[in-house]
Write a protein that binds this ligand. Sequence first.
Ligand code: FPP
Length: 254
Amino acid sequence: MTAKQIIDHTLKTLPSDLDPQKLPRHVAVIMDGNGRWAQQRGLPRIMGHTRGVDTVRELVRCCDDWGIQALTVYSFSTENWKRPPQEVSVIMTLLEQFLQRELPEMMDRKIRLELVGGLQDLPNSVQKQIQKSMGTTSQNEGMRFTVATNYGGRQEILQVCQALAAQVKQGDLNPEDIDQALFERHLYTVNVGDPDLLIRTSGEMRISNFLLWQLAYAEIYITDILWPDFDRAEMHRALWEFQKRDRRFGKVKS
Ligand code: FPP
């Protein structure tokens, strides 16, 4: 083996101090700090987003290599429309380019891609690329990669309420039959379930309207690292921290 092959192999293999049996099944990520990363270097904020996309690509590869079954990232919140129009437009373009460029590798890796959120409000060209990427990967049976775009947790919960209320109005559902399992079947995450681990970069201690229902029992890992600097070594640290946690789900220790 050449030195490069050895390095590649080492990076692709789950670090030996992590237990493959105790990996989070589903990891969710709030990618924060792109703007600050750029500002610290005297660069325009959009350069931070550009580097942030590279980090997304690497994280998808890392999770797939290490055997994580589902990864969900927060790429644009319903509140992010309040940013300067030029920044919003750059984020949309970056998303569209990412979906287009990564499609061959997603197919190679058998990754199933899904976008969730108010997709109908996105620019037409982005919607078309989303349809193409989701359609092309829809039969893939490997890792599930979900990108939350124009997403808001409260909006998602309201949509479920509206859907269930409509069924009650039609006479198809009794209010007493609404339980957690039925509610969850109407959430965007119906196929991936709740995240076991939430990672947030750049040190903010907030959930920011992300997966409000689904994060009820997630372990939360917050790092000061800014998103463009979140690499495999940082992911290793997050998983190591996760494996040290004692997940009790409200029960006492057995
Ligand atoms: C947070 O940093 C980042 C965003 C709001 C946008 C994230 C978008 C991308 C990485 C590009 C497209 C996404 C994908 C999935 C390819 P911030 O701007 O809030 O940083 P700051 O808090 O330092 O200002």
